[in-house]
Write a protein that binds this ligand. Sequence first.
Ligand code: 1CP
Length: 343
Amino acid sequence: MTTLRNDLLLRTLRGEKTERPPVWMMRQAGRYLPDYMKLKEKYTFFERCQTPELATEITIQPVEQVGVDAAIIFSDILVVPQAMGMEVQMVEGKGPFLPDPIKKAGDLNKLVVPDVEERLGYVFDALRLTKKTLDGRVPLIGFAGSPWTLLCYMVQGKGSKTFDEAKAFCYTQPETAHRLLQLITDTTIAYLKGQVRAGADVVQIFDSWGGLLGPDDFEILSLQYIRQIVAAVKDEVLTIIFAKGAWQSLDAMAATGAHGLGIDWCIKASTARQLAGPHIALQGNYDPAKLLGPIPVIKKEVKAMLDAFKGYPHIANLGHGILPDVPVDHAKAFVETVKEYKF
Ligand code: 1CP
């Protein structure tokens, strides 16, 4: 096995001392990079995901062009519902569309807990090829959507600001909702274990819509399933939970035994640290829209962010995915400011 030349992310997640915080950006491979846009013109979204050579090339672009301290495999959270038997389309300019969403108990008959090697083996192939191509430059992050966030898309059938149809489904047909959440959980555990076998050094669980739930419903509909996933993989791989907007439950998330917690920009570093306790790594939390502002302001604010998290394990990141219209130079300024910082 190749030894990692940059293991800042892994040491931070283990709670070890480092010279500076590691830095990466959620959705770092994507539309703000001109080389990504070139591949986007030639291949459809799922061709890019399903062709290991393309997924590898896209995954490595931000490592080489922006200088981040970790790679995250190019894929999507919706490959899991697809592998479970649902049709998923990526509509240009609109996002995901699932033409035949889950609405009632009988619809679960269409779903399976798949053989992940058979249905998602292309992700594992992409991870293996990326790992080989990285050749120890930086660690490789694998990921999956949380069961609640995947249910949102599987029931609503498309993106939404409120996911009210998904919520109505859970509150009017709770038994069916929990059966669905458990099917997704079982698939996700097998999927993440496959990612670890294929070489993922870290896995992140994206609960992008966790913040739509109050603290009690977050526990019932989201965290109890994330807890099962973390318990199943945490002894094999470093684990990060990112539940956007669900900061009120940081204490409960820390208690799962995950190694890191992602936070968005709506919570102060000191408050997040108080809730999460002193040991777990916190990841975040620069407002991605602020990368559209002038570089000197970015530099000043990123330094202030690092100061605010200092003294405890911190992974510098955005509080959500990078926006497509961010100039590459601004993304670089974000990364370079962290790399110039010394504890
Ligand atoms: O062709 C394109 O460029 C389409 C845009 C795009 C990209 C670049 C989509 C469609 N997915 C992706 C890749 C992707 N998705 C990655 C890998 C890239 C990287 O991080 O470097 C990751 C980690 C995701 C995860 C993902 N997909 C999430 C969780 C993270 C988050 O942003 O909250 C979610 C919610 C999705 C669903 C999805 N897929 C694509 C879009 C536009 C969306 C969001 C739709 C919505 O707003 O509801």
